[in-house]
Ligand binder design. Structure first.
Ligand SMILES: Nc1ncnc2c1ncn2[C@@H]1O[C@H](COP(=O)(O)OP(=O)(O)OP(=O)(O)O)[C@@H](O)[C@H]1O
Length: 360
């Protein structure tokens, strides 16, 4: 019979051959294997993923299971999955937010579906089990409260604003603080202090992800906003048509200028599926992918035009909740998983390369 300590060593060695496909390192050196128990040939361990929204969770689990099973003397393997989102390691400055990752959703111009993507991204991440906040910083049209079906904030507590909560997401919006229809004219310094207030004076609690819906465009207001938040990364939303390329390029340039990594490009309203199953390219074709290629950043895929997406926005029930199995919700889910995966890569390989800290 194999010596139990040797068997444990052999299992660990074998698990160290399994790569985390996004991070290009093995599970053992990433500290992702926890609670390894080897008893009478029976092996059990926990895999601690870097995000509960990991798109490759099935693959990682299978490969780890097969690796352990391949060790001579192992008769049974039990794997459980868990997640611990790593912080991006960027200094949060004096704001000292207990937020692990801050992701901004931006667009070169209005009406392309930026808020729709931000809302569904936040809901998808929350549904996966992450702690998520959504900050609507769209000073020109703060429509996140409508899209999330929340009208007002709960009363403040301990001198701090308390975010509203919907679909497991903590929601704060500039729209809660102004009367409906009130013209919003903001200048740089005002914006700066408003956004700082949103970050410092709101009881967000601990968050894995804070999603920020930026105002459309790439002017001073957007720049000032993006500068006042320690962003982990940005997601750009664009349309398929060629004329959108120039606008969206400016969005990418803005993040570059701020030294904020562009996590990926999302193409919204990619096509409309007709009743006979054919696809109609209402707004042209290929803009999102072309933009991503031009800048050498990931393309997160296209979201179809879908009347239920608009209805969901108007009724305050995001498509991710009302019809999670629809093609548009699945495309948005994919965007969320890719965003989370890119954030993990940024956190673990780019900034200060912390390893995953497992809290026992
Ligand atoms: N894939 C889609 N299919 C159908 N309708 C959509 C889709 N994406 C967005 N919409 C609708 O298009 C309109 C504009 O979307 P949204 O408000 O998200 O855009 P935005 O870029 O944030 O605009 P703004 O410039 O006002 O901030 C909304 O009515 C929304 O419901």
């Amino acid at each position: 019979m194999t010596d139990p300590s040797n068997l444990r060593e052999a299992v660990l060695k074998q698990l160290a051959t399994v790569q985390e496909p996004e991070l290009h390192k093995d599970l053992v050196s990433l500290n992702m294997i926890q609670d390894l128990i080897v008893e009478d040939g029976k092996v059990s361990f926990r895999i601690v993923l870097t995000t509960p929204a990991c798109p490759l969770r099935g693959r990682i689990e299978n490969e780890a299971r097969q690796a352990a099973m391949a060790v001579e003397g192992v008769t049974e393997v039990k794997v459980t999955l868990d997640a611990q989102v790593p912080a991006d390691g960027r200094p949060r400055g004096i704001l000292d937010l207990p937020v692990r990752n801050v992701v901004a959703v931006a667009s070169g111009k209005g009406g392309v579906g930026k808020s729709t993507v931000a809302v569904n991204l936040a809901v998808a991440l929350a549904k996966s089990g992450a702690a998520v906040g959504l900050l609507d910083a769209d000073i020109y049209g703060p429509n996140v409260p409508t899209m999330m079906g929340v009208q007002r904030l709960p009363p403040p507590k301990d001198g701090k604003l308390v975010p509203a909560e919907a679909y497991g997401v903590k929601v704060m919006s500039i729209g809660f603080l102004v009367k409906p229809g009130q013209a919003l004219i903001w200048r740089g310094p005002m914006l700066h202090s408003a956004i700082r207030q949103f970050l410092a004076d709101v009881a967000w609690g601990e968050l894995d992800y804070l999603v920020i819906d930026l105002p459309p465009g790439t002017g001073d207001a957007q720049l000032s906003l993006a500068q006042s938040v320690p962003l982990s990364g940005g997601v750009i939303v664009t349309l398929p048509q060629q004329v959108s390329l120039e606008d969206a390029s400016r969005g990418l340039e803005m993040f570059k200028q701020l030294n904020v990594p562009v996590l990926g490009v999302v193409e919204n309203m990619s096509y409309l599926e007709l009743p006979d199953g054919t696809r109609m390219d209402v707004f042209g074709q290929g803009g999102g992918e072309q933009l991503a290629k031009m800048f050498g950043v990931p393309y997160f895929g296209g979201i179809p035009m879908d009347p239920s997406v608009r209805k969901g926005g108007d009724n305050g029930v995001p498509i991710m909740v009302s019809a999670p199995e629809s093609p548009s919700a699945k495309a948005l889910q994919d965007v969320a998983e890719k965003t989370a995966a890119r954030l993990s890569v940024e956190a673990l390989t780019k900034v200060s390369a912390p390893t995953i800290e497992v809290i026992e």
